[in-house]
Design a protein around this ligand. Structure first.
Ligand code: MN
Ligand code: MN
Length: 394
């Protein structure tokens, strides 16, 4: 008889086998993708039931290439679970412009690499002009016109909009508006002749190449109505972090960034072997963006449902409001990701803190906890923890 092929070795990869459950894959397989999502292929036996997809990679999103850069988006068209927030990853080459525009949704941003200059004018004619670098970002309220221009290094940034149905291809562009307004109306509006409008672009420009702008001071124009009352730019990456045993969090919402009335954001760093503790958010869905490292997250959806997803740099994750979850660093490098919420404030409920602060008898009777476990309960909330190696039960 012929020797049995050794499937796992032959595939140099994982097989959907967990204990006595499962079996090898005999049909077609996409090993590269399976290796990126081992917890989908070989789901923990605690996973169960039907849950929406909660992971999508920007690598799987259409990329819109322009002379000057590119943009790709992950919205509720890519992920049905992304209801409250849509994300855009945008690259601008040195000097390139994301042209002057506005949109219904508010826009929050985080600079991933490089530097940019942002400008805005609000409904009272108050101005804003500032430069941002890596770890900085901005918030433009709903409907406020703005622009982004890369400085000499060029840049790439993440944009988060406070509506999952947002589309980067449906913003209001100043060129597009004027290209679709009768020329005599434009002339009458500005008090010029139609001949003066000969060079108006015939269609939208969106992202276009341009020279690197001069210094902030050189570029700053008149501002008879003053600056906007609340700064539109933030420095999330250089905020003082709240550090705990397994890493740190930097929490930003309208309490420390007053302009941001609809987006709360947390920059989370998780050391190898550590995890973002079991918790949920009482006030909003969570939208995540993974900046570096590797992670896995199990989302508990009530009614005995739970699904585990794996993440790496460039991935988007979602957690519907109130669903319990953790985020574990599964790699050998530091895990860095953003949690974002459509809310004016950040809030989470810690499982550990809840149990620690509930009547002991009640907790013990409910969960049958032994003395070790009762003593381990921690009344102090620790968002990112390393309490020793998490191990699988035998
Ligand atoms: Mn915008
Ligand atoms: Mn969370």
């Amino acid at each position: 008889m012929a020797q049995q092929p050794k499937a796992p070795q032959a595939n140099n990869g994982i097989e959907p086998i967990e204990g006595d459950a499962g079996g090898t894959i005999l049909g077609p397989r996409n090993l590269a993708r399976e290796q990126q999502a081992p917890d989908l292929l070989r789901s923990p036996l605690t996973d169960q039931g039907t849950m929406p997809n909660m992971r999508f990679s920007f690598a799987d999103a259409h990329n819109r290439l322009s002379v000057g850069g590119w943009s790709r988006q992950v919205t509720n068209r890519e992920m049905s679970s992304a209801i409250t927030i849509a994300g855009v990853d945008m690259r601008l080459n040195p000097g390139s412009n994301r042209e002057m525009h506005w949109h219904k949704e508010a826009e929050w941003a985080y600079m991933l690499k490089g530097r940019a200059r942002v400008s805005a004018v609000d409904e009272q004619g108050r101005t804003y002009l500032d430069d941002v670098g890596e770890g900085d970002g901005w918030y433009f309220p709903s409907g406020i016109p703005h622009s982004i221009q890369a400085l000499e290094e060029g840049c790439e940034f993440l944009l988060a909009f406070d509506d999952g149905a947002f589309s980067e291809n449906s913003t209001f562009l100043v060129t597009d508006w004027l290209a679709h307004t009768p020329k005599d109306i434009i002339a009458a509006n500005f008090g010029v002749s139609v001949d003066d409008l000969a060079d108006l672009p015939p269609h939208e420009r969106y992202i276009f190449a341009a020279p690197v702008p001069p210094s902030l001071e050189e570029q700053r124009g008149p501002s008879p109505n003053g600056a906007v009352p609340n700064t539109f730019t933030h420095h999330l990456g250089s905020m003082e972090p709240k550090t705990t045993s397994g890493g740190s969090v930097r929490i930003q919402d309208s309490s420390n960034f007053p302009a941001s009335k609809t987006i709360a954001a947390v920059l989370v760093e998780v050391a190898p072997g550590a995890m973002r503790e079991l918790h949920w958010h009482p006030n909003a869905d969570e939208w995540q963006y993974y900046i570096s490292g590797q992670a896995r997250m199990t989302v508990f959806g009530s009614s005995a449902t739970a699904t585990t997803f794996d993440f790496q740099a460039g991935d988007v994750g979602t957690v519907p409001r109130a669903m319990g979850h953790y985020v574990q660093n599964t790699g050998t490098d530091k895990l860095v990701f953003l949690e974002m919420f459509r809310s004016d404030h950040y809030a989470d409920v810690s499982l550990n803190q809840w149990l620690a602060l509930s009547p002991r008898q009640l907790v013990q009777e409910t969960l049958h906890l032994n003395q070790n476990m009762m003593q381990a309960l921690d009344p102090v909330k620790q968002p990112v923890i390393n309490r020793g190696k998490p191990g699988k039960s035998a």
